[in-house]
Ligand binder design. Sequence first.
Ligand code: BTN
Length: 269
Amino acid sequence: MLNSRPDEFFTGKETMDLEALFPGRRALFFPTISSTNDLARELASQGAAEGTLVVADEQTAGRGRLGRRWLAPAGTGILLSILYRPAWTASEAFRLTMACSLGTAEAVKAITGLEARVKWPNDILVNGKKVGGILAELGWEGERLSYAVVGLGLNVNWDVTTCPEIARAATSLSIEAKKPIDRQGLLKAIVEAVDRRYALCLSGKSEELRGDWERRLDTLNKIVTIETEAGRVQGQALGVDAEGALLVRDAQGQVQRITVGDVVVSSGL
Ligand code: BTN
């Protein structure tokens, strides 16, 4: 049983652990919280510094994109939010989702050996199943970001087959690696990798981020069906543009730019 005895990383001396893990950084741990994103946004509105990190073992109101719930029993996942303050415009904001999913994929590879891929716009997949997701929430000052909270939920040591709501499409790292994963080591590696990717963007290398993210795109070159507010779009996924829009060549040969939607089906060419 993969989750019969959740690991004990987050119990007892959590705050100490985070202080040791992330020296010099404001890093808050909660055994239970409503949502790490909610607290990080609250801290942002109080003027908290870039890099502030909120980690929880369990959320009572964890949420995903488009108002969906994010489920993760205590002791099984990584639930975190990082506050960033880039003075970016709306067209640049998707970089944060890219930095977080790519950094997470890199850390997953380093700690578990598993190849993680990304699914547009915000999912992290292992072996074709969802293992994590990103929820970026933004605050504005005029046309520029005043803050960005990037939330990550990752299924680590969880037998997701015990959760009918997600069992079909989801997996966890322990299932795929066939062994329990060190959450503390993974947490540290993720935060460091996401910071690194973010810093590269700030230093003008966002095109490198876009290219690396695109290469990890699970649907790249595949035939996809996307549900959008305006209806279904079908075609070949060509990649993503600098703003993070998915580029799809439809049956008429037109390249459509999809900014909001869900990839519901994909198949090889
Ligand atoms: C998605 O797949 O739709 C995104 C899921 C994001 C979940 C994380 S868990 C930590 C942070 N707090 C939240 O309430 N949501 C994000």
